[in-house]
Write a new protein. Structure first.
Ligand SMILES: [Zn+2]
Length: 715
């Protein structure tokens, strides 16, 4: 469940996001900065960002200037006196705001990879201005009238297919964002967005605050069950925080999860669990409950201006699912099987606990710990043993190998120092076509956790493929939060983390393989864009990868067949837990946005919704509401968290197609179809249509049920 936070939206949105509004505040500052952050990228590989020279103190002035320049571009389009055409309106919009696009790349790094209190202050100040800026574009009446004229004309006399799609997406983007409203409503619409943007920033900064400020320090006597690697890194984190001799469990998923899985100290497990699931919910200055209420009310008011009943209905109209009912129907079809499986898992865990003489009843902070014990008893699978074969460097090679087989790509490390990076840990590879040797782009990898880096894993592009203004190569990045090993130690990761690593690489391949002409067509459709990355996860467990890359870090032996068989057998293990914790969050997301927010009490709403669902008491939602950044630190995943499962139906169904092919997961014909229909077109064709071209039919939910080991009741 990893979010590509800064993947490009639709064409329209990317323009809008890139361009910041020049507002009164900006006008008071003369744009005198000849800012590095906005300059054209120079150097090798078609030009690269000067990450080594970016400075936080330049950000504000640069972003002000970039917004102003972008608005100038937009004004020139809007005020053109020639009759509107695709070329002088839509294509010019595709071109607008180059400076802001470049500036936003640096901004994204400073916010996601290298954040500081200093930067966060700037971010807080800029967020409402960005929003105003976006409104100035979406609400530019002249611009909209020109877009509408091109759109109307294209309904009479269609353009080339890709141009037609750009026009439709652009027009829809405007209409969905209030361009058709009267003056008064437009003003309110913009004011709402401005308010929302501040609430989003507050929301995520509150979560970050609680992640950084609730650290559990252990003494030497409290390390029972923990691995050497974990202990070493916990010692280092404590030492870095001035607590020499202690061991720090930070309040992030990457610390919490392994600690709960292995620590024998039940009281400490409870404490770490409680800290984690209370993020944003501590009743102090960093509590998010009121922010959520504010967000839900403003979202409802905004879509009501557009004549929609609720946010969910408005949001899903251009998604693959089309309506909240379709999305809910999928989730409700899977939910009963998921909670029934939890009940079975709890019985298994309780049995193990009783047999070991632990006089306990399974509580949420026990789930991971006893699940791990059940895994050993039932599947004889020891996660730590598996880890010995999962070295990050080898996994990186494995991904490059898969990209070579499916996409015909070669990955070569760039010469040391030839491409600027924002941190010494970031490594860069050149991506070329194996046959022609032509450059496709650069792949940046930022693998390690650090202070100021957001948690989780994600993929971004610094530059996307387009051809309308000459061919542009792709600069894509993958970002993770692996705990950096002590010097000389191999970095061993869990099977789940290896899967996530492949997942994010799937996003990168989706960027690299784009064949679209216009930037807008690189946009992701939220419930479709996780499909490509989820599908790529499946290559981790292919024989070719296992035999060559899943190599024991000490002996160099490949993972034994018996262990592989155990992993495969265990793949449906704990699906009750993972499906339920995810689905509870996804259903909650949808229910927040279907409910009337007028007098909503978040605590109560969460509690009652879970009770209605018969949520098992032994586990929490994966993201409790006050920390559900996907949904409340922006709009990217609001009423879209279901999209992971929507995409997973496609993933399971497409995997079955590969498994049934003569060449299995490396079948040449299937690989060609994969690239041609599922990856390269991005959003240049309707996703449902693209999938049918690949599979010859729609995806079936039964594939997902089989995949998770749930009973299939219909076929
Ligand atoms: Zn993803």
């Amino acid at each position: 469940m990893i979010t590509p936070l800064r993947t490009k939206q639709s064409i329209f949105l990317s323009i809008v996001m890139i361009v910041l509004v020049s507002c009164k505040q900006e006008k008071t500052q003369e744009p005198t900065v000849d800012s590095l952050l906005l300059k054209e990228w120079i150097g090798p590989y078609g030009g690269v960002p000067a990450f080594d020279q970016m400075k936080v103190e330049d950000v504000k002035a640069a972003m002000f200037l970039a917004m102003e320049l972008n608005l100038k571009d937009i004004d020139a389009i809007a005020n053109n006196t020639d009759a509107p055409t695709f070329e002088n309106t839509i294509e010019e919009m595709e071109r607008a705001g180059e400076e802001l696009k470049r500036g936003s790349t640096y901004y994204g790094i400073l916010s996601g990879n290298m954040s500081t209190p200093e930067f966060r202050a700037i971010q807080t100040e800029l967020a409402p201005l960005f929003s105003e800026f976006r409104s100035k574009i979406t609400q530019n009446e002249n611009l909209f009238q020109r877009v509408k004229a091109v759109y109307d004309a294209s309904r009479e006399k269609p353009l080339d297919a890709d141009q037609q799609r750009v026009v439709e997406l652009t027009y829809k983007g405007f209409a969905m964002n209030g361009a058709d409203l009267d003056k008064e409503k437009k003003e309110r619409y913009a004011a709402i967005n401005k308010e929302l943007s501040s609430l989003y920033t507050q929301f995520s900064n509150n979560v970050l605050h609680d992640e950084e400020n609730y650290i559990t320090y252990l003494t030497k006597e409290q390390l029972g069950g923990l691995s050497d690697g974990f202990i070493k890194s916990a010692a280092k984190i404590a030492a870095d925080k001035g607590q020499e001799g202690k061991y720090a469990i930070t309040n992030t998923r990457s610390s919490m999860d392994p600690f709960l899985k292995y620590s024998t100290e039940r009281e400490l497990r409870k404490q770490v669990w409680t800290n984690y699931y209370a993020r944003g919910d501590n009743g102090d200055a960093y509590d998010n409950n009121q922010n959520i209420v504010g967000i839900l009310k403003l979202r409802r008011e905004r879509v009501e201006l557009l004549g929609h009943k609720n946010f969910a209905e408005w949001r899903l109209q251009d998604r693959m699912a089309k309506t909240p009912e379709n999305a809910m129907a999928l989730m409700e079809a899977v939910w009963p099987a998921a909670i029934a499986r939890v009940a079975e898992e709890v019985v298994d865990m309780q049995t193990v606990a009783d047999k070991s003489g632990d006089n306990i009843t399974i509580e949420p902070w026990d789930y991971r710990y006893y699940a791990e014990k059940v895994r050993k008893v039932k599947y004889d699978l020891d996660s730590d043993e598996v880890k010995q074969y999962l070295q990050l460097d080898k996994l990186t090679d494995a991904m490059h190998y898969v990209a070579g087989r499916l996409f015909n790509y070669n990955f070569t490390p760039v010469p040391e120092g030839s491409v600027p990076v924002f941190h010494e840990d970031v490594k860069v590879w050149e991506v070329t076509d194996k046959d022609s040797g032509k450059n496709i782009g650069l792949w940046y990898l930022d693998p390690y956790a650090r202070q100021g880096k957001r948690s989780g894993a994600w993929a971004t592009t610094y530059r996307s493929h387009t051809t309308f203004d000459g061919k542009k190569n792709v600069l894509a990045s993958n970002n993770s939060n692996f705990v950096k090993p002590a010097p000389g130690e191999a970095l061993l990761v869990s099977w789940d983390d290896a899967t996530t690593f492949f997942h994010e690489f799937g996003h990168a391949l989706h960027y690299f393989s784009s064949n679209v002409k216009y930037p807008t067509l690189n946009g992701g459709v939220r419930d479709y864009t996780e499909f490509q990355s989820q599908l790529l996860e499946r290559w981790l467990s292919t024989d070719d990868v296992i035999s060559q890359f899943l190599i024991h870090h000490k002996t160099g032996e490949p993972m034994p067949a018996a262990l592989v068989a155990k992993i495969k057998k265990a793949s449906t293990f704990n699906q009750g837990f993972s499906t339920t914790e995810y689905l509870a969050s996804a259903i909650m997301d949808m229910k927040f946005h279907l409910a009337d927010p007028t007098n909503i009490d978040m605590d109560k709403f969460e509690r009652e919704t879970l009770a209605e669902l018969k949520m098992p008491k032994e586990l929490p939602m994966r993201h409790r509401s006050p920390q559900f950044g996907h949904v409340f630190s922006g709009e990217g995943y609001a009423t879209a968290y279901y999209g992971y499962m929507w995409a997973d139906v496609l993933t399971a169904d497409a995997s079955e197609a590969f498994a049934e092919a003569p060449g299995d997961f490396y079948d040449k014909e299937m690989a060609d179809k994969l690239v041609k229909y599922l990856f390269a077109p991005r959003n240049s064709m309707d996703p449902a249509e693209a999938y049918r071209l690949f599979r010859g039919r729609n995806a079936k939910i039964e594939a997902l049920m089989r995949d998770r080991g749930f009973p299939v009741t219909t076929e």
